[in-house]
Design a protein around this ligand. Structure first.
Ligand SMILES: [Fe+2]
Ligand SMILES: [Fe+2]
Length: 263
């Protein structure tokens, strides 16, 4: 019997084991591409996805200090924090497709399933890198806040698109180049190559978000930029501040006048 895309996505979201979740995300993206899943939404997405027992999730203010960037401990802490971001990003992309696919389109589902597959690949690359440093995902505590943005916007696709791809993933475009330079300067060429690949992929993810947000704004007869600013002020608690990676943001479809002067 054919599965609905919602069934497949829900199964991957509930998966607790990182390796199983990674494989499920990549399999669903492939099955969707090959036309093996029905465009049907007969199940609800879970409010909280499956998580492994480790890492322990802590509020940001209880996270241990990362220590000096040059030490082995500091390097492991850096890669561990990126691994966690990528792990949660798998669920963010799956949830986007499974929760909002019905009201959006088949193209929307395809775009965000391909994002989920990218995030799964990013996670796998980083976990392998962590293992080469003698650690692994789950060895350290991780930041608890990332899923909150998704939970807070679970009823509104416009708010979800405004905050997750267009603020949080866009933030990754701003900060990744400096991390990449630091990693390269420390002689970690393999790590630098992983970050370069992630940066390239994230441009595409932000672009998907910006394109679908523009479509939703049009459907609502709203002006795109003012709708985005309204939703961000309502649903995003942090500040949107420089430094901005203007060229990567522009490649992703975010123009300077959208995000400059928003705080
Ligand atoms: Fe990623
Ligand atoms: Fe991403």
């Amino acid at each position: 019997m054919r599965q609905s895309v919602a069934q497949a996505i829900r199964g991957a979201l509930l998966e607790r084991d990182p390796r199983a979740k990674t494989m499920a995300a990549r399999r669903i993206a492939r099955d969707w591409r090959l036309g093996r899943l029905d465009f049907a939404f007969d199940l609800e997405m879970p409010d909280v996805p499956g998580r492994p027992d480790a890492p322990e999730l802590l509020p940001p203010n209880r996270m241990p200090k990362r220590g000096k960037g040059g030490s082995q401990r500091g390097r492991i802490a850096l890669w561990h924090s990126i691994a966690h971001i990528e792990f949660v990003a798998i669920d963010l992309a799956l949830d986007m497709a499974g929760r909002f696919g019905a009201e959006m389109s088949e193209a929307f589902v395809g775009d965000f399933l391909s994002v989920a597959a990218d995030e799964a690949m990013h996670f796998a690359l980083i976990d392998r890198h962590l293992r080469s440093l003698g650690s692994h995902y789950g060895a350290l505590p991780a930041h608890h806040g990332l899923w909150e943005a998704a939970y807070d916007t679970r009823h509104d696709v416009a708010a979800r698109l405004a905050v997750v791809p267009m603020v949080l993933e866009a933030r990754a475009l701003d900060v990744t180049p400096a991390t990449l330079e630091r990693v390269r300067a420390a002689g970690d060429e393999r790590g630098a190559a992983i970050l370069k690949r992630i940066l390239d992929d994230e441009i595409r993810h932000v672009r998907f978000g910006a394109n679908h947000f523009a479509a939703v704004a049009e459907r609502l007869n709203a002006e795109r930029d003012s709708l985005w600013k309204l939703l961000v002020s309502r649903h995003f608690r942090g500040a949107i501040r420089p430094p901005f990676n203007d060229s990567a943001r522009l490649a992703a479809g975010l123009s300077r006048d959208l995000y400059h002067g928003v705080a």
